[in-house]
Design a protein around this ligand. Structure first.
Ligand code: ATP
Length: 306
């Protein structure tokens, strides 16, 4: 027995080390994905969030100086309101969210949170007030509990379960072997795109950030789950600003203001009804998506009918 114990103990240690290494590698990839080009002043003050409003003031940005991406953007996302960004692929929508997180610095203009220039405050205090649920959220090779609690490690069990329920992942977790202790990733449960997104949304809801950025957050979900999560997000009592980057216009109909971005500039702005009545770029995009949805629904009906 004793002869067996030592090798088993050794293997246990190796296993724990490999597991930790896998977590470290996935965190490293997470960090490497974010090119942090911002030098921080050692005495940079902390951002003081009061209401949680966000303002872009004549922001110009280019990854490569020869190719401008954002051309003098000015807009405000007031606290408690939802601002939606829409526009064709490559218009610069995700670039806007990267600048909010200070992964890059504008070449001209300022980004302000509650009146404070985000380039002047400590990066840690800035990121502490921001939350993001994106298309490609990373899950760690760890338990579902760890992945949700990552949003706010000190949260209680009750708060963690409430966030999972809001993100509609609770039923799935209850059925998974091990429940919240179930491992996900490489060696664990293989989650579908929609399930991964729901875990990521639960993580963000648990963090309850002052400023929330949803970058195509619900794109991998089926229509019914998407609608449910959309309703949850709409009903969430939000103190700060919410910025939604959307491809499907049906998800942002209720936004307080919609900005239509094309080639790095705002070409139209207003709420859904105003933009539809204008009959411009937004209205054309809306009509095209409606036609596509109807065609898809029609095709589905035809395949169902014998
Ligand atoms: P989509 O709706 O397809 O996600 P988008 O509006 O979010 O598009 P961005 O991702 O902001 O567009 O990209 C805007 C432009 O910047 C694109 O032409 C893209 O090729 C370019 N771009 C994005 N990231 C980089 C980068 N790291 N280096 C150089 N160019 C980049």
């Amino acid at each position: 027995m004793i002869q067996l114990y030592q090798p088993l103990n050794f293997m246990g240690m190796v296993y724990r080390e490999i597991k930790q290494a896998l977590i470290d590698i996935s965190m490293m990839f997470d960090i490497l994905k974010q090119p942090n080009e911002i030098a921080e002043a050692p005495d940079a003050p902390a951002l003081v969030v009061r209401a949680g409003s966000l303002r872009f003031d004549d922001v110009h940005f280019a990854y490569d100086p020869a190719r401008p991406i954002l051309r003098g953007l000015s807009f405000e996302a007031p606290a408690g309101k939802t601002l939606a960004l829409v526009g064709p692929s490559g218009a610069g929508k995700s670039t806007i969210s990267r600048l909010i997180f200070r992964f890059y610095q504008p070449q001209r203009g300022r980004i302000l949170i509650d009146g404070q220039d985000i380039s002047k405050v400590s990066l840690e205090s800035l990121r502490a007030c921001l939350g993001m649920a994106a298309q490609d959220n990373v899950l760690f090779n760890d338990t579902i509990r760890y992945n949700i609690l990552y949003g706010r490690p000190e949260a209680s069990e009750e708060e963690m379960r409430a966030a999972a329920a809001l993100a509609r992942i609770d039923k799935f977790v209850e059925l998974a072997p091990g429940g919240y202790e179930a491992q996900v990733g490489e060696r664990g449960l293989k989650l579908s795109g929609g399930e991964k997104q729901r875990v990521a949304i639960a993580r963000t809801l648990l963090k309850n950030p002052s400023i929330l950025v949803l970058d195509e957050a619900t794109s991998a979900l089926d229509t019914l789950t998407e609608r449910e999560i959309q309703e949850t997000l709409e009903d969430l009592p939000r103190k700060g600003a919410t910025i939604v980057i959307a491809h499907r216009l049906s998800t942002i109909v209720k936004a307080d203001e919609i900005l239509v971005i094309d080639q790095g500039a705002i070409v139209e702005r207003g709420d859904h009804a105003t933009l539809l009545a204008q009959g411009g770029v937004y209205a054309a995009l809306w009509n095209r998506q409606r036609a596509e949805q109807q065609a898809a629904a029609h095709a589905e009906l035809e395949t169902e009918t014998p």
